[in-house]
Write a protein that binds this ligand. Structure first.
Ligand code: ASP
Ligand code: MG
Length: 409
């Protein structure tokens, strides 16, 4: 019988120094000693990715995405062999592989490539030879050109879950610098509670609207292939962490499981657009082509054939939007546009959110009681997101956490 296969992923903080790399290696060795086969996915050391990005922009004002990917992928290419070396010193045979060697194939979109296929022949062969396989996370290659791509910030999680799915691992363990998934960001709400288990759907919504603990795409792949994902702290080995799985044991009958927030958001309003077919497409197609991700969109009721269209983008995209919009405004015959860079979003997430009367009203009341003005509202089946002034975001998180009594089990 072959031994069960486990995928572990170590984040950048957990690998930030030689001592921490050695500590991660000891944890891997411990798991190996219990008779499991292991694939270990690594992020770049500490702030390496940010440092490489800064370096590139010191040399080129707008570095082409292809070169950025080639550069950023080097961060993970450093940690993988270092961890393999540390494993060798622990007496554990190990081999490091790049994304290319690990068979991670992606689509052609640099900086946010999606994994389209995993061809893990080499990994399987190394496992059969009895080695622990250390894979550089966050990177893949375009199938035909072999150009290096990266999977978006935080994308090592996605490498790990995709490998767990492809190799039919028993689970994927994510070792990180937080203790797991909380009911809200504990740096903002000290009474936030660690969730023992959470379903893929709820986790995906939380991750998509700001809970930075997991890369959203990783949760999506986990859901599609039913890979249990166990988020744990590398610094508190005895902690139980959070299990993301298909059928979580519900700890409470609460309808709301968590609060997520995003601080760095901008809101754009295209003012007095003629209200006729094709206008929304004319505004949003150029943004999409520029790779700008637009979320909450509100089109107002029109007056005398004119309407305002508002939407939000991440603050990091606002310069690109401001560069594109003058041409769009001219083309659609709008009066102009305004951008507000001081915006945040706060969301409540839970499977009971929209199906239960009163859950939405309680959110709006809590924000009103805290004196917070809601600018836009967006909903999914299990989420309500309010767009609010940036300065109010921490107050909003605490008010909502309190309103739904999330501090209680
Ligand atoms: N090193 C990459 C980043 O900082 C990928 C990751 O850490 O998951 O975004
Ligand atoms: Mg991460």
């Amino acid at each position: 019988m072959t031994e069960p296969l486990l995928v572990q992923k170590y984040g950048g903080t957990s690998l930030a120094t030689a001592a921490r790399i050695r500590r991660a290696a000891r944890r891997v060795a411990g798991a190996r000693a219990t008779g499991q086969r292991l694939v270990v996915v690594v992020s770049a050391m500490g702030e390496t990715t940010d440092r490489l990005l800064r370096l590139a922009t010191q040399i080129h004002r707008q570095p082409p995405a292809r070169e950025l990917d080639a550069l950023l992928a080097t961060g993970e290419a450093v940690t993988a062999p270092l961890l393999a070396l540390a494993l060798e010193t622990e007496g554990v045979p190990a081999v490091s592989l790049t994304g290319l060697q690990a068979g991670i194939r992606t689509g052609p979109h640099h900086r946010r490539a999606r994994i389209v296929d995993v061809a893990p022949r080499r990994i399987v062969a190394e496992l059969e030879a009895g080695r622990v396989v250390v894979v550089a996370g966050f990177q893949g290659v375009v199938a035909d050109t072999l150009d290096t791509t990266t999977l978006g910030r935080g994308g090592s999680d996605t490498t790990a879950v995709a490998l767990a799915a492809a190799l039919q691992a028993v689970r994927c363990e994510i070792y990180t610098d937080v203790r797991g998934v909380y009911t809200a960001d504990p740096r903002v709400e000290p009474r936030a509670r660690l969730l023992r288990e959470i379903g893929y759907e709820e986790m995906l919504e939380l991750a998509a609207v700001g809970a930075a603990v997991m890369h959203p795409r990783a949760v999506e792949i986990g859901a599609a292939h039913n890979v249990p994902i166990w988020v744990r702290s590398s610094f508190h080995p005895r902690d139980r962490g959070t299990l993301i799985c298909r059928e979580p044991k519900l700890e409470t009958r609460q309808k709301v499981r968590g609060i997520a927030h995003q601080a760095a958001v901008a809101k754009v309003t295209v003012v007095r657009v003629p209200d006729r077919p094709g206008i929304a497409a004319a505004i949003f197609t150029p943004l999409a082509e520029a790779g700008v991700n637009v979320d909450t969109i509100v089109q107002n009721v029109s007056h005398e054939g004119l309407t305002d269209v508002s939407f939000t983008v991440s603050l990091s995209d606002i310069d690109a939007v401001e560069a594109l919009l003058p041409a769009v405004v001219a083309r659609v015959g709008a009066v102009g546009f305004v951008a507000d860079r001081n915006i945040a979003k706060v969301s409540i997430v839970g499977t009971g959110v929209l199906g239960t009367p009163g859950v939405a009203a309680r959110m709006f009341q809590a924000l009103a009681d805290a004196g917070i003005n809601i600018e836009m509202i967006a909903t999914s089946e299990i989420r309500i997101t309010a767009t609010i002034p940036a300065g109010a975001v921490e107050t909003a998180v605490r008010a909502l956490h309190q309103a739904y009594r999330l501090e209680r089990l």
